[in-house]
Design a protein. Structure first.
Length: 85
């Protein structure tokens, strides 16, 4: 960086909405197709958290590749836990 060239950022950058074209996968950032044709259909995940009596749900978009990988990992973990008793 040359002398006099500097950049600063504040906490506001963390909350800035980024304008993107179309929907992007919450895991890898790749575009998620919005059409219903072929096998490139994306899905969504589910975040669930509570604070006191409040329950919040969020369904982030997932591309087909990430959705499949997460689903297979969840099934493997479930099977592992079931075998352990």
């Amino acid at each position: 960086m040359a002398q006099g060239d500097h950049h600063t950022a504040s906490h506001r950058l963390l909350f800035e909405e980024v304008a993107t074209e179309g929907t992007r996968c919450d895991v890898c950032g790749e575009p998620v197709p919005t059409d219903d044709e072929g096998y490139a259909i994306g899905g969504s995940g589910l975040y669930l958290w509570t604070r006191g009596e409040e329950v919040r749900y969020e369904e982030p978009p997932l591309c087909g590749r990430c959705g499949t990988a997460i689903g297979v990992m969840a099934l493997a973990q479930w099977d592992l836990e079931e075998d352990e008793g």
